[in-house]
Write a protein that binds this ligand. Sequence first.
Ligand SMILES: Cc1cc2nc3c(=O)[nH]c(=O)nc-3n(C[C@H](O)[C@H](O)[C@H](O)COP(=O)(O)O)c2cc1C
Length: 195
Amino acid sequence: MKLETDALDLLFREARAHNKFTDEPVTDEQLQALYDILKMGPTSANSSPARFLFLRTQEARQKLAPALSAGNRDKTLAAPVTVIVAYDPKFYEKLPQLFPQNPDARAWFTSNDSLAATTAFRNGTLQGAYLILAARAVGLDTGPMSGFDNAMVDELFLADRGWRSNFLCNLGRGDPTNLPARPPRLAFDEACMLL
Ligand SMILES: Cc1cc2nc3c(=O)[nH]c(=O)nc-3n(C[C@H](O)[C@H](O)[C@H](O)COP(=O)(O)O)c2cc1C
């Protein structure tokens, strides 16, 4: 089975990082559908360390505002939804549920802090990428952002659960007005090696 050209355009070739969104609201049902797709993306030992905070209200975004870089502030306050893509450094506590085929899996991480940290960040980041592609698949556009103060976001939103922020992502229906030209990508020979 193979994706048709239109689907590849939607997911990759025509999709852009958006700065501006229309007023069309994003529903809770769309967010649920988005999560139900992205959660199926692979992670090591099915660890699924990513956690997602969907900021849907102006009040929630105002709380985020002081942590945003100047270039990301206004567009984020104007977006229909902003997601805090976070991860749980103690993801391994859920391995008995998530990876029942190996009862030893939790101990791989409780006995090795460095492996736990790498696994949380690597797989949490992958799940952030799945979020971007799943959003496009359900007809939404995205504006991912790393220009913010992670420590402040952790303190403001995540301290009680011990989760950590990775990146932010605005969601909505993109308005392509004033979208800058698409930056080029590396050619195959620059980025790939055939060995
Ligand atoms: C993890 C991540 C962080 C990003 N951070 C920012 C950001 O802080 N501000 C911003 O305007 N764009 C940000 N971008 C958007 C990129 O600059 C954009 O995706 C890239 O230039 C390619 O443009 P295109 O996606 O429209 O092809 C980010 C993208 C990703 C994936």
